[in-house]
Write a protein that binds this ligand. Structure first.
Ligand code: NAP
Length: 289
């Protein structure tokens, strides 16, 4: 049997820290060992299909990133993630949904804001590809997210509810509730990261919505940012990013970026890991000459 995309994906998921450090990935059943460089390019011996090489180029740097904290957004060309009423299915196409499921499979925990749980009632599990479900983390600073959402009802994976106030009695008892201080109506992203780290959850996906992703970005808490742009215009609606205003475009964010086609859409994968941002400040930008 030849080398399949799924075989390569599962090998990537199972790779040990030692083999990743050495830049080596051994295919199963006595298959060849692939040698790769820090940006995920595999030394091409002609045996791995082109689409599997592209998969490795995209995901190997994320798998290798220690303390991965990646946020994702699927937006229209005009920077919207949903219509004004919250309708968001779907902005990006099936390849991007599969990409989202791969990101879930690469992390310990997936974090969503209350607006997303209200609007989408997501499951936050890995279904489109092989992989283990991450722990699901719901941010609920006001303590009003409805208890009937799937993420609280199903037991496909553990769910943590981060509360700003009292422990809620309307939640099923398998939902673990943790409290955090609320500042200006939201949790400090640094506090969320620290709380999850105490529970052994270090690799994080901030899945949305736009406000939550923007808070983590503005707080300098992301190592990577995945933005998929769909060739559509929503016109008005919920914005992908809401960040502090800048008066000078030299202060715009221009981190290193890798691009990948995803069907009709285009993925922009930003590397924020070298940012020197202090908590509460935007990551440093790279000024164009
Ligand atoms: N395309 C994508 O990649 C993607 C991914 C995820 C979600 N989405 C879509 O994004 C939308 C949600 O994004 P978002 O930026 O508005 O929200 P969010 O980041 O998920 O959550 C934060 C927002 O939720 C609001 N909120 C509603 N109920 C709340 C409660 N009980 N406690 C605290 N805050 C509450 C807050 O409003 P206040 O500002 O009034 O506090 C705040 O603006 C949904 O329509 C979802 O379908 C898209």
């Amino acid at each position: 049997m030849g080398i399949t995309l799924d075989m390569v994906w599962q090998t990537l998921l199972r790779a040990t820290p030692e083999s990743l450090r050495e830049g080596r990935l051994g295919l199963p059943d006595g298959g060849p060992t692939l040698v790769f460089d820090p940006v995920g390019r595999v030394h091409d011996t002609g045996i791995v299909p082109a689409h599997a090489l592209e998969l490795l180029r995209l995901y190997l740097p994320l798998k290798c990133r220690s303390g991965l904290r990646i946020a994702q957004i699927g937006q229209s060309l005009d920077g919207r993630i949903a219509a004004d009423n919250g309708h968001s299915h779907f902005v990006t196409g099936p390849e991007d949904i599969r990409h989202l499921h791969r990101l879930r499979a690469l992390v310990d925990a997936v974090i969503v804001g209350p607006g997303t749980v209200l609007a989408d009632d997501p499951q936050l599990t890995v279904r489109r590809v092989h992989g283990t479900n991450p722990v699901r983390v719901v941010l609920d600073p006001r303590g009003t997210v409805p208890a009937d959402r799937q993420v609280f009802r199903d037991r496909q994976s553990e769910t943590l509810l981060l509360e700003g106030g009292e422990i809620r009695h309307d939640m099923p008892c398998h939902v673990r509730q943790l409290t955090l201080p609320v500042v200006d109506g939201v949790f400090a992203p640094q506090a969320v990261v620290a709380l999850l780290a105490q529970r052994g959850l270090h690799r994080l996906l901030i899945e949305g919505g736009g406000r939550t992703v923007s808070q983590f970005l503005a707080a300098g808490q992301l190592t990577d940012l995945s933005v998929t742009v769909a060739p559509m215009l929503i016109g008005s609606g919920i914005p992908a990013f809401t960040l502090p205003a800048i008066a000078d475009l030299a202060k715009a964010l221009r981190p290193p970026c890798r691009q990948f086609p995803l069907g009709e859409d285009r993925l922009y994968l930003f590397d924020l890991s070298h940012s020197t941002a202090a908590p509460g400040r935007l990551p440093n930008s790279t000024t164009r000459p």
